[in-house]
Design a protein around this ligand. Structure first.
Ligand SMILES: [Zn+2]
Length: 279
């Protein structure tokens, strides 16, 4: 008998911005990691968690928050291979040992490569003693669909955006996209490592998501005071285009900072665009 289809809902947990170990910024805000989200999509009985966050402290709070929803956590999905979205996995799994951990094959491969990163450049060095030890690798998803109580959540492969082989999730029944780091919500973007070609690919990914005509978009990084409107897709596109113009003008860091903060005065994490080579 097919599973009974029930109406889905979603809820978003946002870990606040957090400082990390680095020399003081010459411009911009003090070194800090932008606020990061985890999304729970759930029906009457079951739930899927998207991105189990990074530090032990925030993953512990996340697991507690998931438990409050009183659903059977069937799946933990990881959108892309950046540690700020998955290093909290062992902490969440300890609380929900029966959950299956899933990611697209490209994400699993990227996570394996991160394990071999020089330690001094790794996210673990920036957050020394705050991140759990062994992180199990997800099962590479064979299909691009995650079942949830008779509905499906689709994996959208978005290619190279803020890193390689990224994905977003689309829950058509909810009109919901969980974008991972393809889109940012009133939060300066991790663009310091990008090239013109890379930004063009990133913009194409945003257009791919916009074509799904969502009602809501939850971004991997967001200003927690904001909602989840689909306008974040066009805003992220505009940011990438403007940043590209500034890069072509070969500005100093100070000039770049002034230009971006003038254009986006209320966006948070005003150092993000200057960070290079993390993860
Ligand atoms: Zn991220």
């Amino acid at each position: 008998m097919p599973a009974t289809r029930s109406a889905l809902s979603y809820d978003v947990f946002t870990a606040p911005e957090k400082p990390f170990r680095a020399p003081p910024s010459k411009v911009g805000d003090p070194p800090a990691w932008d606020p990061t989200t985890s999304t729970l999509i759930f029906g009457d009985r079951d739930a899927v968690l998207v991105d189990p966050l990074m530090t032990v402290a925030e993953a512990t709070a996340l697991a507690q928050w998931v438990a409050l929803h009183d659903r059977n956590l069937t799946t933990i999905y990881i959108t892309h291979g950046h540690g700020d979205h998955y290093l909290g996995l062992p902490v969440v799994l300890e609380r929900f040992p029966d959950a299956q951990v899933a990611a697209a094959p490209g994400t699993v491969q990227h996570m394996q490569q991160q394990d071999n990163f020089p330690p001094e450049n790794s996210i673990r060095a920036l957050f020394l003693d705050q991140v759990a030890g062994d992180v199990p690798l997800p099962e590479p998803l064979e299909s691009r669909e995650i079942p949830l109580e008779g509905s499906v959540i689709r994996v959208i492969e978005t290619g190279h955006t803020d890193t390689v082989d990224t994905t977003s999730l689309h829950a058509p029944d909810l009109g919901l996209i969980v974008s991972g780091d393809v889109a940012y919500n009133h939060c300066h973007m991790y663009v310091g490592d990008t090239t013109a070609d890379g930004r063009a690919e990133w913009i194409a990914a945003l257009d791919q998501l916009a074509a799904l005509n969502p009602d809501s978009v939850v971004c991997g990084h967001k200003d927690p005071t904001q909602g989840n409107p689909p306008s974040v897709l066009a805003e992220s596109r505009g940011y990438l285009e403007y940043y590209g113009q500034l890069r072509e003008a070969a500005l100093s860091d100070e000039e770049l900072f002034d230009a971006l903060v003038d254009r986006y005065p209320d966006w948070v994490s005003r150092q993000q665009f200057l960070i290079l080579g993390v993860g």
